[in-house]
Design a protein around this ligand. Structure first.
Ligand code: SAH
Ligand code: SF4
Length: 391
């Protein structure tokens, strides 16, 4: 798979060998007195072929392999648990050197192509089965500092950022865990953490994920999902020229309500966020994904569905509804299925593309963005909104 020219942007120097681009390997090799072309060889082994053991990099001289072995040390991450569900969704617990864990999920796209080619967003219906193209959902932090009240990561709080190497390691491990007939097609930053709060590491991961000599994902198949960090949305736009896909966790069209459930809204209120979306330099025909977690009695009214369409009127967008997955200690939950359908029908009826993210991997509670933090259960302090729009 080729993806054209590599993404180019100013990145902080690599902190770990796994983060090096071919030219950065070449610099290191030059300092070892080795020719520059070996840089590309090392990069191909690691990122295209997934070989992390220098002893197996057969076209490199023994002296280089030995030095690389010393430098690389052990694997930066391992799969500590892999659990497959009946629909072939696989949840992985990925453990890093310090014992911290994040979750990452492999989700085979459903076989059946919708008019937009957004195979990954098809709803589960009879006759649709897991196909060979796989979407991987990855984490950017252990926990999250944003404090969204409906989210397990937010309730746990931020434990630490992941490095670029730890983000890439999730994808290398996930790709290696695929069945023979499967291929990694999309990567979404919809696991634990707020990717734009860890901008440097995520930017490096974006360049590595889409590098044509490495994992070689198509740029439009890498999606950064954010709760709305406006300066970093602008930075992403500037650094990557809008080539990377953007998903926004909106979850309410009411500014006060949004602040109640997503504290980041106090810093970057809805009108400010909407301006940033209007500025985002989308390629032709591309759309911003608007994620909308439906929470019973909070944001699920028909009135709010109508307001959502109004709010998005001048933004190329598609809506993805996510019935809220319950989290420990919280009174919040998903609406009745009829309300979900009514919300979707309202948005769709007003001409805006709207899908429902069905609970794939349900039997292992592995739906993206709904990853439980193990052993970090805390009581959620959430005041239920006092007002409610009438349906
Ligand atoms: N921090 C980023 C990406 C991770 S979460 C963000 O917020 O966009 C991926 C998606 O799952 C987000 O839209 C998030 O709001 C949503 N989500 C989090 N917890 C959820 C829950 N309990 N039920 C349903 N969706 C949830
Ligand atoms: Fe963080 Fe996203 Fe969860 Fe909010 S929804 S707490 S931003 S991971």
């Amino acid at each position: 798979m080729t993806t054209g020219a590599p993404l180019r942007t100013d990145l902080a120097p690599p902190g770990h060998p796994l983060e090096r681009l071919p030219e950065e390997w070449a610099e290191v090799f030059a300092s070892w007195g080795e020719p520059a072309f070996r840089g590309k060889q090392a990069f191909l082994w690691i990122h295209r072929d997934g070989v992390l053991d220098p002893a197996k990099m057969t076209n490199l001289p023994a002296r280089v392999r030995e030095r690389m072995t010393e430098e690389l040390g052990g694997a930066p991450a391992e799969i500590s648990h892999l659990h497959a569900s009946a629909d072939r969704t696989r949840k992985m617990l990925i453990k890093f050197g310090d014992g911290r864990e994040v979750e990452s999920v492999l989700i085979p796209q459903l076989r059946d192509v919708d008019p937009d080619g957004d195979e990954d967003e098809l709803e589960v219906k009879p006759g649709r089965v897991a196909g060979a193209r796989v979407t991987q959902c990855i984490s950017s932090q252990v926990g999250c500092a944003m404090g969204c009240v409906f989210c397990a990561s937010g309730v746990a709080g931020l434990k630490r950022h992941l490095s670029g190497a730890e983000i890439i390691a999730q994808v290398l491990l996930g790709r290696a865990a695929l069945d023979e007939h499967e291929a990694l097609r999309n990567v979404v930053f919809m696991g634990m953490g707020e990717p734009l709060h860890n901008y440097g590491a995520v930017a490096r991961a974006l360049v590595l994920l889409t590098h044509p000599e490495g994992i070689a994902l198509s740029k439009r198949r890498v999606t950064v999902s954010t709760s709305g960090l406006v300066p970093e949305i602008d930075r992403l736009a500037k650094d990557f020229g809008g080539q990377v896909r953007l998903a926004i966790s909106l979850h309410s069209v009411n500014n006060e309500r949004r602040s109640e459930i997503m504290p980041i809204n106090r810093k970057y209120p809805l009108p400010v966020l909407m301006d940033a979306l209007r500025r985002y330099p989308l390629p032709k025909r591309a759309r911003i994904t608007i994620e909308y977690t439906l929470i019973r009695g909070v944001n699920d009214s028909v009135a709010e569905a109508k307001d959502l369409v109004k709010l998005l009127a001048r933004i190329p967008a598609k809506v993805n509804l996510i019935p809220m997955n319950p989290i420990t200690g919280s009174p919040l939950g998903a609406p009745e299925w009829e309300s979900v359908e009514r919300f979707q029908a309202t948005v769709h009826g007003l001409g805006l593309a709207c899908t429902v993210r069905t609970q794939r991997g349900d039997d292992i509670s592995a739906a993206c963005g709904q990853l439980a933090l193990h052993g970090e259960k805390r009581k959620v302090k959430m005041r239920l909104p006092t007002t409610r729009d009438e349906n």
